[in-house]
Ligand binder design. Structure first.
Ligand code: BES
Ligand code: MN
Ligand code: ZN
Length: 489
């Protein structure tokens, strides 16, 4: 992994700091900030002249470079001043980071652009800079000499508290991206468990890992069933963070950690099967959040559970027609071994429902191809049982710029997962409302009185159109920031 790690706040003027490049912003109407005016004056009014001639338009994220005796000056468009809000600043940060890498500027000093002095703007700028600087080059041994990393940005002005917070949340995002980007032979359940332990040590968390024998004995028949076809050791991972009195109910995060999904006996087609290394991105959201929580140490309680295995077709693999018994005792008729995510989540959801008294449960999973059909790579599909909790999620979605869209969990859909020979079956009506059927299945494993929201990230965990602060390819780390916001971290 590589991303900007040194983000420094200063109140010094831009030109007084030694760097490889300076960066300021310009609005569409040509107005500059105080810092911008000083730099413009220093380089003989070049920026204003260019705007007057129409060579710079100030459109949002447009970039121009001026070469002066003071070094390169990167001028970034801020769009219309009236419309400038945190997501704009996040995009400006990402644009600057990518430009600096392309031009091989290792240390850039910048103003806080249109950012008001408040913490949320500082946070947005830090997030944009760090997320935008992310590169996944770990396996590029031949091109090593051509690779370039942005390692230092100094920000003049704005909120230091916000910058620090944004550094932490963005580091969580980059951590989640890395977990997703490493291939299935590296990001194994064992690796996820070891990463959870590392985070736990830093954040004073209690981490427990159950191996195959242990979780099978405990009655996690869904996870045991899916894991039967692989020799790669599966894990059930629990993390407990107690940041306040134990009497305060914990917020609970559950993740699908399917480190490779071949479909099992109901095998997937060969095309794009490699992408199923990303099928653990739900667990990456959980670990990305816990990574940030370990750094912030907020005064809340959080419990995380990850069910992790491969879905393979080894000699002992579970088969269509098999009936499994989940941790809460419900029996599941398996009609398609490729609908495995819901089986391992069934155990994780019933486990946390029984052993913790959750304030609420969020679960994250690359659960259905159908969500991609419905929402494309644009929005995460959400479903929940508690109106207030879902509203909270929608509000955080606006705060962080990570789009969500709610699906209904009406009883007509819930009927679709009822089985004729067991309590439930693992698929709904073929070709119909596949994302909702999966949500309706999960609902069977969450106690009715626990507020719960399910996030289907199959469309948003990778493959989105490149955003200024997003990756060109690979895992996005989406919704880590949304979840932290919704938890009040
Ligand atoms: N991990 C997949 C979902 C998926 C598919 C995510 C494509 C991203 C891209 C999941 O385990 C799965 O295979 N779901 C099946 C369910 C079906 C058999 C009811 C699907 O969506 O096809
Ligand atoms: Mn599958
Ligand atoms: Zn899957």
């Amino acid at each position: 992994m590589a991303h900007l790690s040194k983000l420094i706040h200063t109140t010094d003027l831009l030109d007084s700091i030694k760097s490889d490049a300076i960066s300021i912003g310009i609005y569409e109407d040509g107005s500059l900030t105080k810092n911008g005016k000083a730099i413009n004056a220093l380089i003989d009014n070049q920026i204003m002249n260019a705007h007057d001639r129409g060579d710079i338009k100030g459109k949002h994220c447009e970039t121009n470079i001026f070469y002066s005796n003071y070094g390169p000056v990167i001028v970034i468009g801020l769009g219309k001043e009236k419309e400038f809000e945190t997501e704009c600043l996040r995009k400006v940060g990402g644009t600057l980071a990518k430009k600096a890498i392309a031009k091989k500027y290792g240390h850039v000093v910048c103003e806080n652009f249109g950012g008001k002095g408040t913490a949320d703007y500082g946070q947005a700028l830090a997030e944009g800079l760090i997320m935008g600087s992310y590169q996944f080059n770990d396996y590029m041994t031949k091109k090593k000499d051509e690779l370039f990393e942005l390692n230092k940005v100094t920000v003049s002005g704005g909120s230091k508290v916000g910058l620090d917070k944004g550094s932490i949340t963005a580091n969580g995002v980059c951590f989640a991206r890395d977990l997703g980007n490493h291939p299935g032979n590296v990001s194994t359940p064992t690796r996820l468990a070891n990463d959870a332990k590392k985070i736990g040590r830093r954040g004073k968390m209690k981490v427990s890992v159950f191996d195959r024998e242990k979780f099978t004995e405990l009655g996690m028949g869904g996870l045991a069933g899916v894991a039967a076809g692989t020799d790669e050791p599966p894990k059930f991972i629990l993390m407990e963070y107690w940041g306040t009195k134990k009497s305060i109910k914990p917020k609970v995060l559950v993740g699908k950690g399917l480190t490779f999904d071949s479909g099992g006996i109901s095998i997937k087609p060969a095309a794009k099967m490699d992408e199923m290394k990303f099928d653990m991105c739900g667990s990456a959201v959980v670990l990305g959040c816990m990574h940030a929580i370990a750094a912030i140490k907020p005064k809340i309680n959080v419990v995380a559970a990850i069910a992790s295995t491969e879905n393979m077709s080894g000699a002992k693999a579970y088969k269509p027609g098999d009936i499994l018994t989940a941790y809460n005792g419900k029996t599941i008729e398996v009609l398609n071994t490729d609908a495995e995510g819901r089986l391992i989540l069934a155990d994780a959801l019933s486990y946390v429902s029984k052993h913790y008294d959750p304030a609420f449960i969020f679960d994250f999973a690359t659960l259905t191809g159908a969500v991609l059909v419905a929402l494309g790579h644009v929005a995460t599909g959400i479903m929940g049982t508690d109106v207030k909790l879902v509203e909270r999620v929608k509000k955080s979605s606006v705060n962080t710029g990570e789009k969500v869209w709610e699906f209904p969990l009406w009883e007509e859909y819930c009927e679709q997962v009822q089985s004729k020979i067991a309590d439930v079956k693992n698929i709904g009506t073929p070709m119909q409302a596949g994302t909702i059927a999966a949500g309706a299945f999960l609902k069977e494993f969450v106690d009715e009185d626990i507020p719960w929201c399910h996030f289907d990230i199959a469309g948003t965990a990778w493959g989105e159109k490149e955003k200024p602060y997003g990756p060109k390819v690979g895992a996005t780390g989406n919704i880590v920031r949304l979840v932290l916001d919704a938890m009040g971290v």
